[in-house]
Design a protein around this ligand. Structure first.
Ligand SMILES: Nc1ncnc2c1ncn2[C@@H]1O[C@H](COP(=O)(O)OP(=O)(O)O)[C@@H](O)[C@H]1O
Ligand SMILES: [Mg+2]
Length: 437
């Protein structure tokens, strides 16, 4: 079993919680917190399969429904598709405030003035309270939950958690409702307003990415060796079966060889050291698999390597080639900060490293503007700002009032290999020497 232990526990807890709502009519809320790609969505899907009856499942995302009115319309739309009931019944008929009758929304999708299509927020409480009177229990999954805390008065979260709470305290004919928030922000509970927080159950489940690169390797084997052909409509003839069996044997052997080869395990380790996000691995491997042909039908380190590189470089190779000389100097200084065991840095730290380099080394980058280095302070601060601006430097914590900019710690997302390639391209010997010091 390749499932990380934390996820197994979370899955178990979530399944119990959903069963409570779906099978016993309870009101429940919880948060699932874990890094990107660590399996939050996956365990939700799994847990939903494990409950006995299918609830009405509403999926929202803070990235898409960036205000409550969009979320309201989406809720109404998903309910009408799944339940064949229009929520407008809750409003004494006349007119459906959630212009989202099945089949109709397609035309409305674009071109329309959003304001005329979106329901007014005054309908929010009645919309949410009508969820518990639907014919089936309701499960609401809220992806990027932290973004919903930025909506005006946290109205939707308030209404949802309030509905959960009033469901818990009884009420005949209630169907049960579960609100599940998914986020990678560990401090998300602190973002809730008091009245919202007090309605939240404070049940928190955690997912964790895989901890060892060997787990990735095992998972890859499982994915690559999933039997194909199960979904064919026509049962294969005996001949086909033979052929397929032979092919499968060949394929499995090639996968084993490929996964155990040194060059590939090095690539895998490289990716793993950059990110634990499984989606990155999946994307890279998908690219490699699409490159297979009838003439070269087996995976090798060589088929994967270009995709791994492309993935690493995709965003920044170009950016690095456009950076000014002082910016490159700062990036080199960052590498030296890292070598000395620190991950975060301030402008002052980088500047000092730069000054040291100038003082002590004949290989100092003295070519800047052809002038004295001592005068570069202004230029370098500007370079720092530029790097912050294009998000190559990112603040470790959010800016605190009263803390001057030069004291805020930053991290750098450029890795040594990328910078090295950029410096090579630049062809400045002094910079090369400083980087390789
Ligand atoms: N233990 C696991 N075994 C197999 N695939 C996994 C596992 N954990 C995550 N994945 C896969 O990794 C990808 C990212 O998982 P996802 O649940 O979308 O992460 P999150 O929602 O936390 O960002 C999905 O394709 C998912 O199927
Ligand atoms: Mg997800």
């Amino acid at each position: 079993d390749t499932e990380p232990p934390a996820n197994n526990i979370a899955l178990h807890q979530l399944t119990e919680l959903l069963k409570g709502s779906v099978e016993r009519g309870e009101g429940n809320s919880c948060l699932i917190i874990g890094p990107k790609g660590s399996g939050k969505t996956r365990i939700c899907n799994q847990a939903l399969l494990d409950v006995s009856t299918r609830p009405i499942t509403i999926r929202l995302s803070g990235h898409v429904q960036y205000n409550d009115r969009l979320a309201m319309r989406e809720i109404a739309r998903q309910v009408s598709i799944q339940a064949n009931e229009s929520l407008s019944a809750a409003f004494g008929n006349d007119e459906d405030p959630f212009a989202g009758k099945p089949g109709e929304h397609a035309e409305n999708d674009d071109g329309d003035d959003l304001n005329t299509v979106l329901p007014p927020t005054s309908h929010l409480p009645s919309l949410i309270s009508s969820l518990s009177s639907l014919s089936r229990p309701v499960v609401i999954l809220i992806d990027a939950f932290d973004l919903f805390t930025g909506h005006a008065r946290q109205a939707l979260l308030y209404c949802l958690l309030d509905a959960v709470q009033s469901c818990r305290t009884g009420g005949e004919g209630n169907r049960g409702i579960a609100v599940v928030g998914l986020t990678s922000r560990v401090d998300v509970v602190n973002l809730l307003e008091k009245r919202v927080k007090s309605r939240f159950s404070h049940r928190i489940l955690r997912t964790a990415g895989m901890r060892r690169v060997e787990d990735w390797s095992m998972l890859l084997r499982e994915c690559l060796c999933t039997p194909a052909g199960d979904r064919h409509d026509e049962p294969p003839s005996n001949d086909d079966n033979d052929e397929q069996g032979k092919w499968q044997e060949l394929w499995h052997r090639s996968v084993d060889k490929f996964l155990n080869e040194r060059p590939f395990s090095d690539i895998l380790k490289d990716i793993f050291s950059l990110t634990r996000d499984l989606r990155v691995l999946i994307r890279i491997m998908t690219g490699a698999i699409l490159d297979l042909t009838a003439n070269s039908p087996f995976l090798s380190a060589n088929t994967v390597q270009p995709h791994a590189i492309a993935h690493r470089n995709s965003q920044y190779t170009h950016v690095l080639s456009t950076l000014s000389y002082p910016s490159i100097c700062l990036l080199i200084a960052v590498q030296h900060v890292r070598t000395s065991g620190h991950d975060a840095f301030t402008f002052e730290m980088l500047h000092e490293l730069f000054r040291d380099q100038v003082r002590t080394s004949a290989a100092a980058p003295v070519t800047i503007g052809g002038g004295g280095i001592g005068m570069m302070n202004a230029g370098r601060a500007q370079a720092f700002e530029q790097l912050v601006c294009i998000r190559i430097f990112r603040p470790v914590s959010s800016p605190t009032a009263g803390l001057a900019g030069e004291f805020i710690k930053h991290r750098c997302i450029i890795e040594r290999q990328e910078l090295k390639a950029a410096v090579e391209r630049l062809g400045q010997t002094t910079l090369k020497k400083w980087l390789n010091k």
